[in-house]
Design a protein around this ligand. Structure first.
Ligand code: 9MR
Length: 490
């Protein structure tokens, strides 16, 4: 009996040891199997603020069929949705105050857990103000916005070769092009009645062959004029009127059928105008900070009507635009509204059988900065709407700073990126302002027919130091790009 008791005690001891051992083993085992039970494919991820990426994972046989829940250790920095899509929202480490020196970053642990709570895997997501995704790997913007408006950009001589557009970034994202410089009078009309269309032709033909629409820029302006045009200020009215009409007719006839829309008149009003001015009196003239509009000086305010009329007769198919900057300011917006209203009213009177407007549209250049208010842009759109015109957002860019900071840092001109004083906060605010603008344009898509950016990458911009575009100098999407796209789902 004693022996039996002894045996039993030994047996119980053995069972207890086995039990203890197996419990420990299963505890260690659960840590082991956690890794094998669920496995997020990436071990880490760097995401530009605004960007999203869906995390893929695998489940091993013991976790097969289980639902997975996702959590973020810092949802304000990077959120994660039910399907494992991580969105970079903010940074926590500021980087240096100058954006170009070092980006601001943040981190969040993203965890995927099986429904039974037995298995989990965690990866680190780093958020950054810097671009990480190449422009060519993103879905084409022109397709994403196709139900709203055309998506445009500028082109230059190097973008075209052998009768086609060779700049893949343009081809991928945009469907309408504006020549940044080469269609301005300075280049195509070196002397009166003599034209040099070679460069502009190569660009226009290439763009059309590559499937783009082309916007013509610009016929009448006070800058980048040919010398003979500038000296029209000393000409008789008759002579100047004949010269202006002939220039418009010759150029538009040359491109007839190839140019979708034209800036007939560009930047007629100086910055100083107020809403109470009479538009016929305040067009740029001698004594303004910039050069006078020679056509106004020699012909008077009539040059506007005469110019648009010549354009309509030369190529009736083309959309005719008045184009200007600072149209968020009440003074200029009111002058433009009044001018377009009056010129179109006169056309209706003189051509009662014509159903179209003479000035088809207003180009709002939209060279903005962080102190421009969305409410003011909205106010101008609301002011233009009753005219029945189309709207083109014709030269969009947004400095990553206010105008004062930009000009203080000697910002204008290209290739000044090293002197940039744009901050990480500026890059973030720029993204949000772009979002507000695109939301507004989408809201007004019944009249906004085109949104054209004035450049693709920051380094290419005429105000590169202000980093005003959607893509950085390496062609990576900035936070601004993602907020522009986000406007589509708001
Ligand atoms: O981007 C153009 C830049 O390369 C030229 O040096 C500049 C000269 O006037 O013109 C720039 O384009 C302007 C456009 O033709 C009209 N609106 C303002 C644009 C920026 O200055």
């Amino acid at each position: 009996m004693k022996t039996t008791t002894k045996l039993l005690s030994y047996l119980m001891l053995i069972v207890a040891v086995i039990f203890l051992f197996s419990t420990c083993a299963s505890k260690n085992g659960s840590a082991e199997t956690a890794k094998t039970g669920i496995n997020i494919e990436k071990r880490s991820l760097i995401l530009t603020i605004g960007a999203s990426e869906k995390l893929n994972f695998t489940l091993s046989p013991e976790a097969e069929g289980q639902a997975v829940t996702w959590t973020s250790s810092a949802p304000r920095i990077a959120s994660v949705s039910n399907d494992g899509t991580v969105t970079a929202l903010d940074y926590s480490v500021r980087g240096e105050s100058r954006f170009t020196s070092s980006p601001a970053t943040g981190t969040a642990n993203i965890t995927a857990k099986t429904a039974d709570g037995k298995f989990e895997d965690t990866i680190i997501v780093t958020t950054t103000t810097q671009g990480t995704i190449d422009i060519l790997t993103l879905p084409p913007m022109k397709d994403q916005f196709s139900s709203y408006f055309l998506i445009g950009n500028i082109f230059n001589r190097t973008d075209a070769r052998n009768n086609e557009i060779v700049n893949q970034r343009l081809i991928h994202h945009f469907n309408v092009l504006t020549a940044e410089n080469d269609m301005k009078p300075e280049y195509i009309a070196p002397s009166r009645n003599s034209y040099n269309f070679a460069n502009a032709d190569r660009m226009v033909n290439s763009a059309i062959a590559s499937g783009f629409k082309v916007h013509g820029h610009t016929l009448l302006w006070h800058r980048q004029n040919a010398q003979w045009m500038t000296s029209m200020t000393r000409s008789s009215k008759e002579n100047a009127l004949a010269a202006m009409k002939k220039y418009i007719t010759d150029v538009m006839t040359h491109y007839k059928g190839r140019i979708y829309s034209w800036d007939v008149l560009n930047e007629a009003f100086p910055d100083s105008v107020t809403e109470n001015d009479d538009w016929t009196q305040v067009i740029r003239k001698a004594g303004d900070s910039q050069s006078p509009n020679p056509w106004y000086v020699s012909i008077g305010a009539d040059f506007v009507y005469e110019g648009f009329l010549a354009a309509r007769l030369a190529d009736p198919e083309a959309l005719l635009y008045y184009n200007d900057y600072n149209l968020d300011t009440i003074g200029k917006a009111t002058m433009v509204r009044n001018m377009v209203r009056d010129v179109n009213a006169r056309y209706r009177q003189e051509y009662p059988n014509e159903r179209r407007l003479l000035i088809d549209g207003i180009g709002m250049q939209s060279h903005h900065n962080l102190h421009v208010s969305e409410a003011h842009v909205r106010r101008s759109l609301d002011m233009f709407r009753p005219l029945g015109v189309k709207i083109a957002i014709s030269e969009l860019d947004v400095l990553g700073q206010g105008w004062g900071d930009f000009s203080r840092s000697g910002g204008s001109g290209t290739n000044k990126q090293s002197g940039s004083s744009v901050t990480n906060d500026g890059i973030k605010d720029q993204a949000w302002f772009y979002n507000e603008l695109m939301t507004l344009f989408i809201e007004n898509a019944d009249i906004v027919e085109r949104v054209t950016w004035w450049g693709v990458t920051d380094s290419q911009s005429w105000r590169s130091a202000g980093l005003p575009l959607l893509f950085d100098s390496r062609g990576r999407a900035k936070p601004a790009y993602y907020r522009v796209i986000e406007a589509l789902s708001q």
